[in-house]
Design a protein around this ligand. Structure first.
Ligand code: FES
Length: 82
């Protein structure tokens, strides 16, 4: 049986980060930002008019991401056994 994590963050290619789960979002001053949905999209392009949430402006500005997750290097045969 697998358990589901309490919070899941999913970066959308060329778009926001989806936040699913019970998490409190705060502004830069530490004030709680009300959320009305269980899943919200946080802006990561900087162009949203409703920060911290995404309003779709990333499309208009042509925001692009590089969502490749770096992988650890492959072990070298005969290399350091640490
Ligand atoms: S990521 Fe959508 S408006 Fe910034």
């Amino acid at each position: 049986m697998t358990t589901r994590p309490a919070v899941v963050l999913t970066p959308c290619p060329d778009g926001p980060i989806l936040v699913r789960g019970d998490v409190e979002i705060r502004d830069a001053a530490g004030r709680a930002v009300p959320r009305r949905r269980a899943t919200v999209a946080l802006c990561r392009c900087g162009a949203s008019g409703i920060k911290p949430f995404c309003d779709g402006s990333h499309k208009a500005i042509g925001f692009r991401t590089d969502d490749e997750v770096p992988r650890p290097p492959e072990p070298v045969p005969g290399g350091d056994p640490r």
